[in-house]
Design a protein around this ligand. Structure first.
Ligand code: AGP
Length: 609
């Protein structure tokens, strides 16, 4: 996914923009560029590859300005080349733009501009049409020209624009792609995401869909789609400035795995009143609302979907209400039963996943109550929901989601307990028991992290296995899907998750001596059945890594290796069981020399359909 950063101040815009782009590296990119107004002209510099290649090109201290816009490009239209990198200019570079998103009607716009106005395109990209459209409409009023250009465009876009004739400002506009403004003293910034701003300011404006922003060093003016100014509240982002740094870890993923005890504690304890009742600040759902629901849909993608698999079982158990779960890209094309008695729960770390956002909009249009569980404050999914339940995980930079998943699970438990206690479908004894179980999790996760070296040794021993199966029953089944995704997305090993009871219906045909099976057996009531499943696959030559609660040693008789997690209630075992699977995936990928934080073909947030 592309990254945008803009700075308008009194001087040295170059270093702020490049630093901001560095904070957005987690979004994945293959080229970068920067534009600055210098001696009455806009100078555009671009480079393929890492940011340091761009820095080398603009290293001359004299080559600087008070205003700059920069971009890291994740190629969608056109190969990752210097010509296709952003910023893009119009024909005489009197206008420069950076863009995140996709202009769906770019082909027809290109043809129209070429035929009607003789415009010669330099790149293969969709984005370049934006620069030419604005250049065409520009007559001394950049804001007006941008608004005219936007009226011609269809698609998703966050765009920042500068003009040689108005070198003291940046205009930006957003539709279905994230954009935030950082408000400073004597400067202002624009960016795709908060981490790009944190070093300079914590005061941010979240830009809504179809809004336009005019930035100078002393002012931020936000306009709605009718051109009226918007009085937007400034939000102060509490993330620590280095929250998006790697600290002393080799990879963001390992840092974020180790942050889980603290972010689980943060996400849980911030939702409890002194009397242990649950306080959900951002949720206005009333007792009547909760009693009115007759069905719940949980819709998400990837890891967030896997958190929903656990959430489904937990919320059904606690709130005694039917819960359907689906991946967002499928949900949208089904004939679902949505009405004003439906609660639609969207789960998303980035809050920008277009599949999930589109499913949310569909459900909202049909009368559902929208509750989102989101990590990115002020993101599109958060802002378009009736209620938001933030996972307080801090910025998750590694593409492979870890701490977002476990904090999403915490939110699932709290939603289940909140609804169950409100409806009276759980008694106080069970409520108190579950809260004590949840409160014990940070320390138990800490204990598992102390077994890191043991799990690393397993990864060193088994990283050669190119066929890995994750099996489990009940809640362990959902965790198996998450463990499998972790392994495949960072080590590129073909891993596969399946409900253990399903093996005998075909998949067991694949078991042989080269197969590795990671068998989750944390659910007390399903433990015996899991042990017999393990016997089945071991009889066919597979290697077994079992995962069970401390004390459940029966599994050792039928497993080659066993990872134990601290004793806990079945309901909360997923939060613990996933930790060894995250660590295992990390060290297998390390053994294989993979790019752990930025795996091939993947982006941190998928804002395309
Ligand atoms: C998980 O490790 C992946 N990075 C991916 O599956 C991710 O969970 C999915 O794209 C959903 O992203 P979101 O939570 O930001 O909506």
């Amino acid at each position: 996914m592309c990254g945008i950063v803009g700075y308008v101040g009194s001087s040295h815009a170059k270093e702020k923009v490049i630093d901001g782009l560095r904070r957005l590296e987690y979004r994945g990119y293959d080229s970068a560029g920067i534009a600055m107004p210098i001696q009455g002209r806009i100078q555009i510099t671009k480079a393929v590859g890492e940011l340091k290649n761009l820095e080398a090109k603009v290293s001359d201290p004299e080559f600087d300005a008070a205003v700059a816009i920069g971009h890291t490009r994740w190629a969608t239209h056109g190969k990752p080349t210097e010509v296709n990198a952003h910023p893009h200019g119009n024909m005489d570079n009197s206008i420069a733009i950076v863009h995140n998103g996709i202009i769906e009607n770019y082909q027809e716009l290109r043809e129209w501009l070429a035929v009607e106005y003789g415009i010669v395109f330099k790149s293969e990209t969709d984005s370049e049409v934006i620069a030419h459209l604005i250049g065409l409409y520009y007559d001394g009023d950049l804001l007006a020209a941008v608004n005219k250009a936007v009226a011609d465009m269809r698609g998703a876009y966050a765009v920042a624009v500068m003009a040689a004739d108005e070198p003291d400002k940046i205009i930006a506009v957003r539709k279905d792609a994230p954009l935030v403004v950082g408000a400073g003293n004597g400067f202002n910034m624009i960016a795709s995401d908060v981490p790009a701003l944190l070093k300079y300011t914590r005061d941010v404006y979240f830009i809504e869909n179809n809004e336009t922003v005019e930035l100078t060093k002393d002012s931020v003016v936000i306009y709605d789609e009718k051109g009226s100014t918007v009085d937007r509240e400034i939000k102060s982002v509490e993330w620590k400035a280095d929250a998006a740094d790697k600290a002393d870890y080799d990879h963001f993923m390992l840092k974020e795995i180790h942050e889980q005890p603290s972010v689980i504690r943060e996400t849980l304890l911030n939702r409890l009143n002194p009397d242990d009742s649950i306080k959900l600040d951002d949720i206005s759902m009333t007792k009547e609302d909760i009693e009115n629901f007759n069905k719940i849909y949980i819709v998400a993608c990837g890891t967030a979907y896997h958190a929903g698999l656990v959430g489904k079982m937990v919320i059904e158990k606690m709130a005694k209400i039917p819960v359907e779960i689906d991946v967002a890209s499928e949900f949208r094309y089904r004939d679902t039963f949505i009405d004003d008695r439906t609660l639609f729960i969207a789960i998303s770390q980035s809050g920008e996943t277009l599949d999930t956002l589109a499913a949310l909009r569909d459900a909202k249009d049909r009368g559902a109550r929208i509750l989102s569980v989101v990590n990115a404050v002020g993101s599109s999914i958060a802002r378009e929901s009736h209620d938001v339940f933030y996972t307080l995980a801090g910025p998750e930079v590694a593409v492979a989601s870890t701490k977002a998943y476990t904090t999403q699970l915490i939110c699932m438990y709290l939603i289940g307990l909140y609804m169950g206690s409100t409806k009276g479908t759980i008694d106080k004894e069970y409520y108190d028991f579950m809260l004590s179980e949840l409160k014990s999790l940070p320390a138990k996760v800490e204990r598992i992290l102390q077994d890191e070296e043991k799990i690393k040794a397993l990864a060193e021993r088994y990283h050669f296995n190119e066929h890995v199966f994750f099996i489990g029953r009940g809640l362990d089944s959902g965790v198996s899907y998450e463990g499998s995704l972790k392994l495949k997305e960072i080590s590129y090993i073909h891993s596969f998750a399946i409900a253990a009871g399903e093996l005998k219906h075909g998949t067991i045909a694949l078991m042989d001596k080269d197969t590795l099976v990671i068998a989750l057996a944390t659910q007390d009531k399903l433990y015996e059945k899991m042990v017999s499943n393990i016997v089945e696959v071991q009889a066919r030559g597979a290697h077994i890594i079992g995962l069970a609660k401390e004390g459940k040693t029966e599994i050792e008789k039928t497993s080659d290796e066993v990872i134990y997690i601290p004793k806990c209630a079945d309901e909360v075992a997923p939060v613990l069981a996933v930790i060894p699977l995250q660590i295992y995936a990390y060290y297998v990928a390390l053994e294989k020399g993979c790019n752990i934080d930025k795996p091939k073909n993947l982006a941190k947030s998928v804002t395309v359909e």
